[in-house]
Ligand binder design. Structure first.
Ligand SMILES: Cc1ncc(COP(=O)(O)O)c(C=O)c1O
Length: 460
């Protein structure tokens, strides 16, 4: 499989991407001064210039090299968002960039134009159909532009099947779900969550009973964006049953953006053998891909409501966008084939172990921290200093921040994050005038190490 060695039980070392082109003519290029590694990247103030008007300024290649340098230096500080940058397929697949590959329309129908990758797209879809236990002749799907498009599509399928349905989603669900409700002008019920971020099933029940006359379209989050909580699909199905909703009165969309490739290897709860309507994941998250992409799978019988014949492209279309990225399916196909289920399983285990390592080390240092079961997202107290937050490219909500322990994040990176945090905390909290935030309301008293809750704080 090309130059990859994913099949081996590899432990990635600190990721250092290679230059722009291995044998390119960049050797003599004058490099611009680049920022020191820990400094957030500055705006490059790039402009589009007319050819021949750059006499005094750097060449286009020089600007690009400077950009690549900057990104390369920041790569080991990329721990706050769920992207897997630990891949090497870009080298083997780079020659594909000479073609414009466009998969517009239905993946299962050939185009009149040859420049598409639907053969690869269907291979990828078949792989996910197998993973989520639906027969090849029973499903329909496509490679999307990302998890958001998958959610927009899944919820649209639900809405077309149950036009008067109310959309239910938890407070911790991704913002794209509320966006779908707004775009489709759907009635929307926000369901409460526990302190861990999981759907509050008693609140769901109360709301389902209150709206009993109307069908339910439920977004189930398999790995919430901030806390990595997994809504329990089986409890939700049981709740629907208890409330008297029959199969034709509900539709379930599973948003498994990050955890869709984690859960199946630990505790398989995503299965089309259950009465669910669609599942979506982001391809650039756990699997890893240079461009945003995702996979959306639904039942074939549901898709007729959405499909429209389009003469212009000589195809049928039930997707959200028109032109679709034809490179993404090839990258996905390559990664899946190179890693295989065994490689993915190893990634899952390593990430879970590393997440636990980070959580334990922070806990031992007396820092508020939470890690949900089945999750690689470590939630911690919000670092006090904006510079620190920017250095580590953290996402913060209220008094929380999180680290997402993706496959490319090594123990070395985690150690350097922990050491930096411990050092900075000494400065922030040294005189006792300022104390670490209380996060009991956000992650539970037992996970909070503020001066008030310290007594309850459990150190393993
Ligand atoms: C649970 C969940 N759903 C959907 C999305 C959106 O995915 P994308 O960024 O691929 O559009 C995210 C992104 O973080 C997410 O965490």
């Amino acid at each position: 499989m090309g130059s990859l060695s994913f099949e081996k039980d590899f432990e990635p070392s600190v990721v250092t991407p290679r230059g722009l082109i291995a044998n390119g003519d960049f050797g003599e290029m004058k490099r611009l001064k680049v920022a020191t590694p820990t400094t957030p990247r500055k705006n490059l103030n790039v402009a589009v210039t007319e050819p021949g008007s750059r006499n005094d300024g750097p060449s286009l290649d020089c600007i690009l090299m400077n950009y690549i340098d900057t990104l390369s230096q920041r790569i080991n500080y990329h721990i706050g968002y769920p992207v897997n940058i630990c891949y090497e397929h870009y080298a083997s697949l780079a020659p594909l960039l000479q073609f414009h590959l466009n998969n517009c329309g239905d993946p299962f129908l050939q185009n009149t134009v040859d420049f598409h990758s639907k053969d690869f797209e269907v291979a990828v879809l078949n792989w996910f159909a197998d993973l989520w236990e639906i027969e090849k002749d029973q499903y329909w799907g496509y490679v999307t532009n990302g998890g958001t498009e998958g959610n927009l599509h899944g919820i649209l399928v639900g809405r077309e099947l149950l036009p008067t349905g109310i959309l239910y989603a938890s407070k911790d669900s991704h913002y794209s779900v509320a966006k779908a409700a707004m775009m489709y002008r759907m009635d929307f019920e926000m369901v409460n969550t526990s302190v861990h971020g999981e759907m509050d099933y008693s609140d769901l029940k109360a709301k389902l009973l209150q709206n009993k006359g109307k069908p339910a379209i439920i977004n189930v989050t398999i790995g919430t964006t901030f806390k990595g909580a997994v809504d329990d699909l089986d409890i939700i199905l049981q709740t629907l049953k208890d409330c008297g909703y029959t199969y034709d009165q509900f539709y379930i969309h599973c948003d498994a953006a990050l955890n869709g490739l984690i859960i199946p290897f630990i505790k398989n709860m995503i299965s089309f053998k259950k009465p669910i309507g669609s599942v979506t994941i982001s391809g650039h998250k756990f699997l890893g891909c240079p461009m945003p992409c995702g996979i959306q799978i639904t039942r074939k019988s549901y898709i007729n409501n959405l499909s429209r014949k389009v003469e212009y492209i000589a195809s049928v279309d039930a997707t959200i966008s028109g032109s679709r990225n034809g490179l993404a399916p090839i990258f996905l196909w390559y990664s899946l084939s190179a890693k295989g289920q065994i490689g993915l399983q190893k990634d899952v285990k390593r990430c879970l172990d590393n997440a636990k390592y980070l959580k334990d080390r922070l806990q031992q240092a007396g820092i508020s921290v939470m890690l949900n079961e089945l999750s690689i997202i470590v939630v911690l107290e919000r670092p006090r200093d904006h510079e620190f937050v920017r250095r580590w490219q953290l996402s913060c909500v209220r008094d929380m921040a999180h680290v997402i322990v993706m496959p490319g994040i090594t123990r070395d990176i985690l150690d350097s994050f922990i050491n930096d945090l411990l050092q900075q905390r000494k400065k922030w909290y040294k005189d006792g005038n300022v104390t670490p935030p209380c996060v009991a309301q956000d992650i539970g008293a037992q996970n909070c190490a503020c001066s008030y809750h310290k007594i309850d704080f459990i150190i393993p």
